[in-house]
Design a binder for this molecule. Structure first.
Ligand code: ATR
Length: 262
C-alpha cells in the first residue's frame, strides 16, 4: 500500500497499544474496500491525551481517530461536541473532524453491533435477550439492543451493581424494552450476548452456562480474537447459530468509510 499526501490518515489512540491490530484488521479492511486510508496506532499515556488531541487538530489530513482503552471517557473533555449516542453510552470510540474542523466524538459500538447482527439476518426486534457484562462495550451493546427493539433485555454481570445501573439507564431511554439485571438461565432466551472479556484467553472459564439452549438460539460473542471463543464452540456444538466479534468491527469500519466518503 502506498501512503501519499492524498491519503486520508487516521490514528488509534491506546495505552497499552500492542493489541491494536491496525494492519491486519483496520488497514486491510480499507484496502479491500478500495479506500486510500492509512491507520496508525499511537501509544498515548492518559496524562498526554489533551496535548495529543490539540496536536491532531493541526494535522489537516487526519480525518479522525479511534480511541480505545483507557481513553474512551477521558477524551470527551477535549472535544468540541459529542453525538447523542456517545452521550447516552458515556464513551467515545471514534472522533471525526467535520469540514469546519470541529472534533466530534461518536460511539460506533452500538450501531456496529446491531448492523453486524442485521447483516447475518439475526433478528433483535421482539426477542428475549440475555447479555453478560456491563463494562464499556456492554453499555453500548445494551443500548443498541434496546434501540433495535428487543422485547426483553436481561443483563447479568459479576459486579451486580453495574448491571443494575446499566439496566436502569437503558430502561430510562427505552421504556418499550423490559430491562432487568438478573442471573438468568440461558436456555429461556432467543439471543445470548457475551460482552465480557472472558474468552480472550484459552483458559478463561465460560462467561455463562449455556447448556440446554436449542437450535433456535443465537449466541453472539463480541470478542474478536480468537474468532471462535469457547462459548461459541459450545453453542455451535448445541446446534445454535453463532456470531463472533469481527463482523461488529467490520461494520464500524464501514461506518467510518461512509463518513470519509461523505
Ligand atoms: P470493555 O471496555 O472491553 O467492556 P470493561 O469496561 O473493563 O472492558 O468491562 C469488562 C467486562 O468483563 C465487565 O462486565 C467485567 O465484569 P465486572 O464489571 O464485574 O468487572 C467483565 N469481566 C472481566 N473479567 C471477568 C471475570 N474474570 N469474570 C467475570 N466477568 C469479568
Amino acid at each position: 500500500m502506498e501512503i501519499t499526501g492524498k491519503s486520508k490518515i487516521m490514528f488509534v489512540l491506546a495505552d497499552p497499544v500492542d493489541h491494536v491490530r491496525a494492519s491486519a484488521v483496520i488497514n486491510a479492511y480499507f484496502q479491500s474496500n478500495g479506500d486510500d486510508v492509512a491507520v496508525s496506532p499511537l501509544h498515548i499515556l492518559p496524562g498526554d491525551l489533551g496535548a495529543v488531541v490539540a496536536s491532531i487538530r493541526l494535522m489537516r489530513n487526519v480525518f479522525g481517530f479511534g480511541v480505545t482503552i483507557p481513553h474512551k471517557t477521558q477524551v470527551i473533555e477535549h472535544l468540541d461536541e459529542i453525538t447523542p449516542a456517545a452521550r447516552m453510552i458515556g464513551a467515545v470510540n471514534f472522533v471525526k473532524r467535520t469540514a469546519e474542523g470541529r472534533l466530534v466524538g461518536d460511539n460506533l459500538d452500538a450501531r456496529g453491533f446491531i448492523a453486524s447482527l442485521a447483516q447475518h439476518e439475526i433478528v433483535v426486534r421482539g426477542r428475549k435477550v440475555l447479555q453478560v457484562g456491563a463494562g464499556g462495550a456492554g453499555r453500548a451493546t445494551a443500548f443498541g439492543l434496546a434501540e433495535a427493539g428487543a422485547r426483553e433485555l436481561t443483563i447479568m454481570n459479576r459486579d451486580e451493581e453495574k448491571a443494575r445501573a446499566l439496566a436502569a439507564a437503558v430502561a430510562e431511554h427505552y421504556p418499550a424494552t423490559k430491562v432487568s439485571a438478573d442471573h438468568a438461565e440461558a436456555r429461556s432466551f432467543d439471543l445470548i450476548v457475551n460482552t465480557t472479556s472472558l474468552g480472550m484467553k484459552a483458559d478463561d472459564p465460560l462467561p455463562l452456562d449455556i447448556d440446554g439452549i436449542g437450535p433456535s438460539a443465537v449466541v453472539s460473542d463480541i470478542i474478536v480474537h480468537p474468532a471462535v471463543t469457547r462459548l461459541l464452540a459450545r453453542a455451535a456444538a448445541q446446534g445454535a447459530r453463532t456470531i463472533g466479534g469481527k463482523p461488529m468491527l467490520d461494520a464500524q469500519m464501514a461506518l467510518v468509510a461512509r463518513f470519509i466518503a461523505r
